[in-house]
Design a protein around this ligand. Structure first.
Ligand code: ZN
Length: 178
């Protein structure tokens, strides 16, 4: 009784025994257009997963929902990256921070504890940085950020307002109340 292999791509071959069929099938795979297309899709998917991991390394972005009035975060900028909403900054937060997952993303459950979170893409934050006179934020800057309240923008979600202190270079003061 012959062993016939059928492939999704239309390839079909008859073998005399299962061992020959196994080798024949394996030999077909690299040439199979169906398999190659599937592999390409998987590679693309795992690339996306890899990008996601890169973002994880920068920590989750502290979105507007996180910044309840009087929330204070202090950390050192370790990296910056661009998003479609503007520049974001990765903060290294000594002592860490525990954040309610739902304030980061609707899909995120439970809470997240870590020492790296990202910040940015918020208009109120950028306005506070501009008002500080420090110019562009730099890697190594120590930021203390406090959410001071909300402004109704009349369109969609309200804008979170911030007070920002930027310590740079030798002026860094580690334990000053804000
Ligand atoms: Zn095939």
């Amino acid at each position: 009784m012959p062993y016939v292999l059928h492939c999704e791509c239309g390839w079909e071959k008859e073998y005399r025994n299962p061992v020959a069929a196994k080798f024949g099938g394996e030999a077909h795979i690299p040439h199979c257009p169906f398999y190659r297309k599937a592999k390409e899709m998987i590679d693309t998917m795992s690339m996306k997963r890899f990008e996601g991991k890169t973002e994880d390394a920068g920590g989750a972005i502290l979105s507007a929902a996180f910044w309840k009035q009087d929330t204070v975060v202090r950390g050192t900028i370790v990296r910056e990256f661009d998003t479609e909403n503007g520049k974001c900054y990765v903060l290294d937060i000594p002592g860490g921070l525990t954040v309610d997952g739902s304030a980061l993303s609707p899909k995120q459950e439970g809470s997240i504890t870590g020492t790296r979170f990202s910040l940015g893409g918020l208009k109120g934050f950028q306005m506070a940085v501009d008002a500080s006179g420090a110019g562009r934020l730099l890697v190594g800057d120590v930021l203390t950020i406090k959410a001071t309240g909300l402004t109704d923008t009349g369109k969609g979600s309200p804008q979170v307002n911030f007070r920002v202190r930027i310590e740079r270079g030798d002026d860094k003061q580690q334990d000053v109340p804000f």
